[in-house]
Design a protein around this ligand. Sequence first.
Ligand code: CP
Ligand code: NVA
Length: 317
Amino acid sequence: MKHFLKETDFKRAELPKLFALARELKLKRGKKNAPKPLQGQTWAMIFSKSSTRTRVSFEVGIHELGGNPLFLNRNDIQLGRGETIEDTAQVLSRFVHGLIVRTFDHSDVERLAATGSVPVVNALTDFLHPCQIYSDAFTLAERWTKGTTGAKLVDSLRGRKIAFLGDTACNMANSWILGANLFGMKISLSGPKEFAPSAEFNAALAKEGYAGGYQFTTDPFEAVRGADVVYTDVWVSMGKEEETKERIRVMSPYAVTGKLFAAAKRDSLFMHCLPAHAGEEVMQEVLDSPRSIIFDEAENRLHMQKAILAAIVAARK
Ligand code: CP
Ligand code: NVA
């Protein structure tokens, strides 16, 4: 069974085809010849956290692939009243063709995948956000190949450098480290030392064969030197709200200001998974820069996730 719980659930050799499919689906969107591999299928979306981009892009994407999305807020189903993940997985597997899950504990998605009999897609956990990283990488590949299709898309990522600033222990940082290693990119992270990638993450990285596959520095200017991409995320991820004051205090030296962005490569791009807090992790002038590609990356959630679902369905046949 093909699941997509982490970046490495697609092998490097599968990526050219996946990226080419995302491009094809983007070009064929709304056209008569648009593929409909989810025809007759219902996919449940179990969300335990808020979402704009992920929820809407999956709902629209499933419709466009011919399927039916079924949005389930965790608190509206018995899972929210204590029914086990294992029973939920087995019951839903009798009704639907796949599960798209946004949750806190990463082990939730692993347990759903282990006990259910349908594919599970990680729509964000506290640990990883792989759909975002694939969409981001596709966005960069489109830029760097100027719209090519096929294998060149993925090849264009190789050797490029991304700098990740701020909360370097969050799901986006973890996912970008895994993604950068998978795509053959270099990654430098910079944030307060107490927010360096966790021991739990380092162990997971080693298990993937990527031990030590990143650089960490407390100097943000060192991190962005020579970077092709400057990336940041909110300082207060969902579930960390009570730490807001302290996080803002320690992370403020890592805000992406115009000065910091200017210290990266001249043609570097700015990215943010969104939602952004202008004036905290990034300044408005950077969000508004012509080299900010935040809305292209948001749009590409739709195209890449459609490709991921199509690839998962094709793998079942
Ligand atoms: N980037 C992202 O996942 O956004 P949402 O939380 O709005 O889904
Ligand atoms: N790190 C953020 C990402 C939001 C898309 C969070 O988990 O809230």
